[in-house]
Design a protein around this ligand. Structure first.
Ligand SMILES: Nc1ncnc2c1ncn2[C@@H]1O[C@H](COP(=O)(O)OP(=O)(O)OP(=O)(O)O)[C@@H](O)[C@H]1O
Ligand SMILES: [Mg+2]
Length: 231
């Protein structure tokens, strides 16, 4: 098997430290290695403050590592220019956050279609794609509504449709059900797992919920700044 081709996301020896409030250095990631294969779902667990969100920021190059390498679809990330980087990020990665981050002044359909603006002109094909995705998350009746009119679960379904808009290789989801009640959380998680599989996107899921973690193909724990496989 050609490992490079089948690895959609890779971190190699990634290190990241922050200056704490007392001036002391906190080593959050200490030579963290992780590979995400094409089509797989992977969950990351770890104590609060263990560096899960930091890792997602670094792997998506929204924050740079102090040391180590990051690859997207086998391509080393820092080799890209700033503009290429932003475009490539939109093509390769889809994001789902705990607090949705929808644009309040745009309606549901516009929120989804706007994900493609970094890559191409928005035309009929893009509007159709956005509409189809919103149908898949069960929001076909809500296309023209503003996010403020939606429940938390509905907002997160919009965010899932938006994350899939550009047919990404990977979806990065940071506690996507953290703000939802138990029942809504289960429904949203089901949708995220099923849709990412159907759309052939790998999924990296940060969650504190062991039941959700157990639903992914592979589970890892972030502890002491490194990943450990959970069997
Ligand atoms: N920009 C920053 N400046 C200083 N310290 C930071 C910064 N970002 C994160 N940290 C610190 O790095 C550590 C890891 O934070 P991070 O948010 O990655 O943890 P987490 O595993 O996502 O936690 P949680 O489960 O609570 O979301 C924490 O000690 C945090 O205070
Ligand atoms: Mg976090």
């Amino acid at each position: 098997m050609n490992d490079t081709v089948n690895t959609v996301l890779q971190a190699k020896g990634v290190e990241k430290s922050f200056q704490g409030p007392d001036g002391l250095t906190i080593d959050v990631l200490r030579s963290a290695d992780l590979k995400v294969h094409s089509g797989e779902s992977l969950s990351i667990r770890g104590e609060s403050g263990s560096g899960k969100s930091t890792f997602l920021n670094v792997i998506s190059w929204l924050d740079q590592p102090d040391k180590g390498l990051v690859f997207w679809d086998g391509l080393e990330v820092p080799a890209l220019s700033r503009q290429e980087l932003a475009r490539r990020r939109s093509e390769v990665l889809g994001f789902v956050f705990q607090s949705y981050y929808l644009m309040p002044e745009l309606n549901v359909l516009e929120n989804v279609v706007m994900a493609s603006r970094m890559i191409r002109m928005i035309g009929r094909a893009e509007w159709n794609r956005a509409e189809q995705l919103l149908e898949k998350v069960g929001l076909q009746e809500r296309l023209k509504q503003l996010p403020s009119k939606l429940s938390g679960g509905e907002r997160q379904r919009v965010a899932i449709a938006r994350a899939l808009m550009n047919r990404p290789s990977v979806i990065l989801a940071d506690e996507p059900t953290g703000n939802l009640d138990e029942e809504t959380a289960s429904l949203v998680m089901e949708l995220l797992l099923n849709l990412s599989r159907k759309e052939e996107a790998s999924l990296v899921l940060v969650t504190h919920n062991p039941t959700f973690a157990a639903r992914t193909d592979r589970q890892v724990m972030l502890s002491g700044g490194k990943f450990e496989e959970v069997s």
